[in-house]
Design a protein around this ligand. Structure first.
Ligand code: ATP
Ligand code: MG
Length: 407
């Protein structure tokens, strides 16, 4: 494991400025973990003993830096350098937790170890400063090396404080391919029922992150603990059968969600997903994937109908879904069929085949000019023309369509 972290220049500068002003500063949490794993960190969080007002004062005094009050009451100030924000948070101890969610209060502290102790897992409780090295009081580096997710302190107590940590344990294990340490795992099962106290948004976020990892079948852990039933009542998801289906899905959220929602007893998938705080587009697309999975899909006409109903991107998602759902067993016995369906799709998209009324070579105005009265009749004729063109794309010329119309 690397002994030195190559901290990006702006992060180094923030740490230097803090030190020059008599404070401590460390990179901390996800960025240190990811770096040790050889993964490019998404963002760099910094922790310091400077209080929020001091952080603001020090950095706002620099010409090319400004700060944004992100969560002053929790001690977080965002320091912006070259349009990139770095969260700088004062060392803190979380106050008493009620209802397994938010701390009642936060208290600032001068002790980096106390700040690390409030963090969820040993791998997330490591701080690094280029001049000092690592501060790793819970042996997070050792756990990263072993591939272990271990709660900081007593796992049960930590999950009592904030039950979302249970889902984070499962998500990280799916994301990193790590094992959850035995005591922590025991607590995952014992405390899973506390997820009922967690807000739907927070659950949705961790659920989605898990579903989008390389090991989406780890969702089974949510099923086994009862968490899935809290989040998606009425689901009949069975990892034995559908875990492999999930693994065959590309990393597109509606496709993976469709695998779960297809096995959920609910009247309206779109509505159910919106209630789970998914955005409109994800909810609508997931519902469409499940709904249109029953449409025939044998030839060019079927494919164009699918594109008509779902749009180009939607039809591709439907193809992925069906491909995965058709292959619950390892091995792809009818691979040629699927290769040719994907090729057919590509050809239709590349040719720009007409799949919507808008793409027809005639429009309502043309029909009126030919004497068709305004109203329902025009719509019926355009629909008939579209159906003909979806059967035979070469018909999509003004001349041929007018000739074929029953005027
Ligand atoms: P990622 O950003 O990849 O999802 P992360 O570990 O960076 O993972 P964040 O939510 O960005 O997760 O949190 C940053 C850090 O804050 C974590 O590394 C951890 O130290 C701490 N943390 C986050 N959520 C919790 C929590 N629920 N309980 C305790 N500590 C937490
Ligand atoms: Mg993060």
């Amino acid at each position: 494991m690397e002994g030195i972290i190559n901290v990006p220049a702006p992060v180094r500068r923030i740490l230097d400025i803090l030190e020059k002003n008599g404070h401590e500063g460390y990179a901390v949490g996800g960025c240190v973990r990811d770096h040790l794993l050889g993964v490019e960190p998404k963002d760099w969080d910094i922790t310091t003993n400077a209080k929020p007002e001091e952080i603001k004062k020090i950095f706002d005094a620099k010409d090319d830096i400004h700060t944004v009050d992100t969560g002053i009451q929790h001690g977080t100030v965002t320091v912006v350098i070259d349009h990139i924000g770095y969260e700088v948070t004062t060392y803190r101890i979380d106050g008493e937790y009620k209802d397994s969610r938010h701390p009642e209060s936060v208290t600032f502290t001068d002790d980096i170890t106390a700040d690390l102790a409030r963090r969820d897992f040993t791998m997330n409780a490591i701080a690094y400063n280029p001049n000092i090295g690592f501060v790793d009081p819970f042996f997070g580096r050792e756990d990263i090396e072993k591939g272990i997710i271990r709660a900081v302190g007593n796992a049960g107590d930590r999950f009592d404080e904030d039950a979302l940590r249970i889902m984070r344990a499962v998500r990280f294990s799916a994301q990193l391919g790590f094992e959850i340490e035995e005591e922590t795992k025991k607590a995952v099962f014992e405390k899973a029922h506390l997820i009922k106290n967690i807000s739907t948004e927070r659950i949705r976020e961790e659920f989605t992150k898990t579903l989008m990892t390389d090991a989406p079948d780890e969702i089974q852990e949510f099923k086994n603990t009862g968490i899935l039933d809290i989040f998606i009542p009425g689901n009949t998801y069975d990892g034995e059968k559908y875990g492999r289906v999930l693994r065959l899905c590309p990393k597109r959220l509606p496709v993976r969600l469709a695998v779960i929602m297809a096995h959920t007893d609910c009247e309206d998938i779109n509505k159910t997903l919106k209630k789970m705080t998914y955005d409109n587009e994800t909810s609508r697309m997931t519902a469409a994937i499940v709904q249109y999975a029953a449409l025939p899909l044998e030839n060019g006409y079927d494919m164009r109908v699918l594109i008509n109903k779902m749009g180009g991107d939607g039809a591709k998602l439907e193809l992925y879904y069906r491909y995965a759902a058709a292959h619950p067993d390892i091995g792809v016995p009818d691979a040629p069929k699927w290769v040719s369906l994907f090729e057919l799709y590509d050809k239709i998209i590349k040719n720009g085949d007409c799949c919507t009324i808008k793409q027809l070579a005639i429009n309502g105005g043309d029909l009126q000019a030919l004497g068709v009265p305004k109203g329902q009749k025009i719509g019926e004729m355009l629909n008939a023309a579209l159906d003909a063109v979806m059967h035979d794309p070469t018909l999509n010329t003004k001349e041929k369509l007018i000739k074929s119309l029953d005027l």
